[in-house]
Write a protein that binds this ligand. Sequence first.
Ligand code: UFG
Length: 345
Amino acid sequence: MKKKILITGGTGYIGSHTTVELIEAGFEAIIIDNLYNSDADVINNIFKITGVRPHLEVLDLCDKENLKRFIGQNKDISAVIHFAAFKAVGESVIKPLDYYRNNLLSLINLLEVMKHFAISNLVFSSSCTVYGQPEKLPVTEDTPLQPATSPYGNTKQIGETIIKDTTISDINVKAISLRYFNPIGAHPSALIGELPRGIPENLVPYLTQTGYGLRDELKVFGNDYNTPDGSCIRDYLHVVDLAKAHVVAIERLTAGRNKANYEVFNLGTGRGVSVFEAIKSFEHVSGKKLKYKVVGRRAGDIEKIWADPSFANKELGWKTLSSLDEAMKTAWDWEKFIRQKKQQL
Ligand code: UFG
């Protein structure tokens, strides 16, 4: 019998890639999504990749009664991966209450309903944003957390605390928080990827849209940082590598191989890449010269951060496999795919 995994936010960027990897690893995947920031058509593309059409329940996790009804119909869920959340850093500064309500209420509802039906395994989608600007690099799981620089980041910190406290209060609950560094790229089939609504906030979708001619030029936010080339440094990892880490985390929990009821892992490559290096990588894989302009720093940006992934390497037996160029190439292929698809519509 296949183990049934519930994926909240499973039609989103990381959720859809994780659903594919779970199905390919032999799990049954069922999805809850309110389609606020994603498209139901993603299910068709998951089907094209895997030959399996996961059940999609269009449901808002803030609607607890409906959530209870749905999970009540699926009491045999072995574990939950919780992706569903608002995720735009800048927007969260403008609409903090929306972010706190949505991201925290949905998590609390989920934990309460899981408890009600005695579903005990949870993987939580966290972020390296919880570290703020760390004093020492690379970042390990023991690096002290700094105060969050945005309401979004704060919802990740509070979310982790809520989950940790739940595992302390109820020894039946087991959870893993995965702290992602910067996921980029798309599935090699180019059938699923990131679909930013409107103008992208993140570097790589902005790069690929500029390369495609949708944007005039990329704005590089600052070249006066204390880094080798003056631009900010991040740890960009391929979304498929990231998705595979969720499968490993699920296997660890469902097989009872976890070493504590609450565990945290950094998911990154261990390599810091500057904005200019990311531009070079894009130019290399696309064969295009990118138009860009250096402008002032973006408020709230961290100067540099990259992961020490050795704990995840050792404990989860997971590491990233794709290079920056490979990940960038899939981002570019995906950009071309969605633009061609839009032209056909
Ligand atoms: N950048 C530009 N120009 C752009 C967009 C970004 O120069 O048009 C730069 C940023 O200044 C930063 C780097 O590219 O130096 C990466 O920026 P992103 O917006 O792609 O990523 P962030 O690191 O700011 O944020 C991402 C996710 C958040 C998550 C955070 C964790 O968007 O959800 O990583 O640090 F919380």
